[in-house]
Design a protein around this ligand. Structure first.
Ligand SMILES: *Cc1c(COP(=O)(O)O)cnc(C)c1O
Length: 498
């Protein structure tokens, strides 16, 4: 299995190269040249497997330059070392009316990012041993809240690795901020930026693709890589849990093998839902992909009209990890749906960069329309979804998951399509206690973050994740703030290179 770039088909890379490099030199994203196919029998054989075995089954089809032992060792280290508190790793909780919540937040940082970022350091270690000539890898991360902490936890004290994280100063929840600023480890750095997630992400991309920086790093025996979902090593582990959820539903008798399901995903950078698209293309019986957004609804408009237009107000919402106007992974989808037309993709991305907008050709739009449904909801509707799901079904969900719940209700009301839904649940509610309490009508403003956690627990009985509880009283270690324009200097200073 070889990989190429979304912007230049003459690029070829092995999985190990794609994972260590993170992004292709001309700015394109690595994509597999073809997708492995799973027959119904192969799928049926996965039903009785553990999560780790399912991961090995899927990953080994993509990581063909890894040995079987290497793939198993990576999966075992990530999902079998006790860092996921649910024995199933990614359990499915079935609600009424055929909505099945796929809980992706039982890892160490309580967000779905752990599903990929617990294994990425291992994939990177093995990849580097094949490709990087002993260079030290410097991971640069832009985060809308959850990736930063998950990457810090995954890479802390990993040998031959350093990690630097940039987050929007006012764009993350208090718990998310505390998780990052108190991070331990000898190879980590965290800096806030004055700006939003898109500023952080474009800053990181600029530093990555700057040839001067690359040379400066090389002179120090270092190279950059990415832990954002532009890295193929982030996406491929996410494909696994869609296979796993389907198998769990078959095992539970909720569906029969071969029955279609819809998949609904609260979406920001388009990584999670793209993984569901890949699973579908690999033979998983997925009918439609339901893309749920908050009021930063650039994807809803795009999937309905074919015009991507980021020239609009940026809103700070109660689902901050979805406050994004430039969804990087859409580029990969455009590549696949255009029949691997790298020239078209390069042109569209250039247009987006220069004018802030692009429109896809009609044929591509038709394919988008047949695969995807899209919807959005505002903060009020998000809170309403939290409240009704809790009151009517006794199930507490976070503010991101609730966006998908709300959009699924709209989707079913509008279309009458009652196909069972696998709904990706992306964070633990305690990461957003203030908003969840407000949704339940139990808001108070005279208490600190941990009082809120305690009260939410008293109110609902939902277990408080130990990794959040231990942050109480911890002093922040990283308090630096920089501008979009001084990110490069900050990186140089943190790495002690000129
Ligand atoms: C990152 C994140 C999302 C968005 O996922 P994408 O893969 O960027 O679309 C949604 N919810 C939560 C809680 C997240 O951390």
């Amino acid at each position: 299995m070889m990989y190429t770039s979304t912007r230049d088909r003459s690029v070829t890379a092995s999985a190990a190269q794609a994972i260590t490099q993170g992004i292709s030199n001309e700015g394109g994203l690595f994509v597999p040249e073809q997708l492995p196919q799973f027959t119904k029998d192969e799928l049926a054989a996965m039903v009785s497997q553990s999560y780790i075995d399912r991961a090995v089954t899927v990953l080994s089809r993509f990581l063909t330059d890894f040995t079987a032992d290497e793939v198993r060792d990576c999966a075992q280290s990530a999902y079998g070392s006790g860092r996921f508190l649910a024995p199933e790793v990614a359990p499915v909780h079935s609600l009424k009316d055929g909505v099945h919540v796929l809980e992706l937040w039982h890892g160490p940082t309580c967000a779905f990012k752990d599903m990929a970022l617990q294994i990425l350091p291992h994939l990177m270690r093995v990849s580097a041993s094949k490709t990087s000539d002993g260079k030290e890898i410097v991971i640069l991360v832009a985060t809308s809240g959850d990736t930063g902490k998950a990457a810090l936890e995954g890479f802390r004290d990993a040998p031959h690795t350093r990690i630097l994280v940039f987050y929007p100063e006012n764009g993350v929840s208090p718990m998310q901020k505390l998780q990052m600023t108190t991070q331990e480890g000898g190879n980590v750095g965290v800096c806030a930026i004055r700006g939003n997630f898109d500023d952080a992400q474009s800053g990181v991309k600029t530093i990555f693709t700057d040839p001067t920086m690359r040379t400066v790093l090389a002179e120090q025996g270092m190279m950059f890589s990415s832990a954002n979902s532009i890295n193929w090593g982030r996406l491929v582990p996410q494909i696994v849990y869609y296979f796993s959820a389907y198998c769990d539903l078959v095992a539970a008798g909720s569906i029969a093998m071969g029955d279609p399901v819809n998949v609904a995903v609260p979406t920001g950078n388009f990584g999670n839902i793209l993984a569901a698209y890949y699973a579908r293309e690999m033979g998983l019986p997925v009918a439609r992909l339901i893309c749920a957004s908050n009021c930063n609804n650039v994807l809803t408009d795009f999937l309905r009209t074919g015009t991507y237009d980021r020239r609009r107000a940026f809103h700070t919402t109660i689902s901050p990890s979805m406050d994004i106007l430039i969804s990087s992974n859409l580029e990969r989808l455009l590549y696949h749906l255009s029949g691997c037309d790298a020239e078209l993709v390069a042109g569209l991305m250039k247009e987006l960069n220069e004018t802030g907008s692009y429109t896809v050709p009609a044929a591509l739009m038709e394919k988008l329309r047949s695969l995807f449904a899209a919807g959005w909801c505002d903060d009020e509707q998000t809170m309403q979804a939290i409240r009704t799901t809790y009151e009517q079904q006794g199930y507490l969900c976070d503010t991101h998951t609730a966006v998908a719940v709300s959009v699924c209700e709209q989707y079913r009301a509008e279309t009458g399509d009652n196909t069972p839904i696998v709904l990706a649940s992306t964070a633990d509610p305690y990461k957003f206690s203030a908003s969840v309490l407000r949704a339940l009508g139990a808001e108070r403003d005279d208490e600190d973050e941990f009082d809120k956690v305690d009260r939410l627990h008293a109110l609902t009985g939902a277990p408080v994740p130990p990794s959040l509880a231990v942050l109480k009283g911890k002093q922040p270690r990283f308090t630096q703030v920089c501008d979009r324009d001084t990110m490069e200097q900050t990186v140089r200073a943190l790495l002690a290179v000129k």
